[in-house]
Design a protein around this ligand. Structure first.
Ligand SMILES: [Zn+2]
Length: 64
C-alpha cells in the first residue's frame, strides 16, 4: 500500500492510517499524516505518538 496524505501529500505510515481511522472515520479511504491530524484536531504530534502506543497496547485491531 502506498498511501499519501490527502492534505499535504506526505507518505503515510500504517500508524498514521490507523490513527486517522480511529480519530476521523473507520471507513475512511483518504488519510492524513500525523502533522495534518495534529493541526486539524489541535493535538500535539507527540500526543498522537502516545495515542498510537496506547491503542496498540489496548489491543486495538487497527494498530498492527
Ligand atoms: Zn499531511
Amino acid at each position: 500500500m502506498d498511501e499519501r496524505c490527502e492534505k499535504c501529500g506526505a507518505p503515510l505510515t500504517q500508524d498514521e492510517i490507523a490513527l486517522h481511522r480511529k480519530l476521523v472515520s473507520r471507513g475512511a479511504e483518504k488519510f492524513w499524516c500525523k502533522e495534518c491530524l495534529s493541526a486539524h484536531f489541535d493535538i500535539p504530534v507527540k500526543r498522537l505518538d502516545e495515542l498510537v502506543v496506547y491503542y496498540r497496547e489496548a489491543g486495538c485491531t487497527l494498530f498492527t
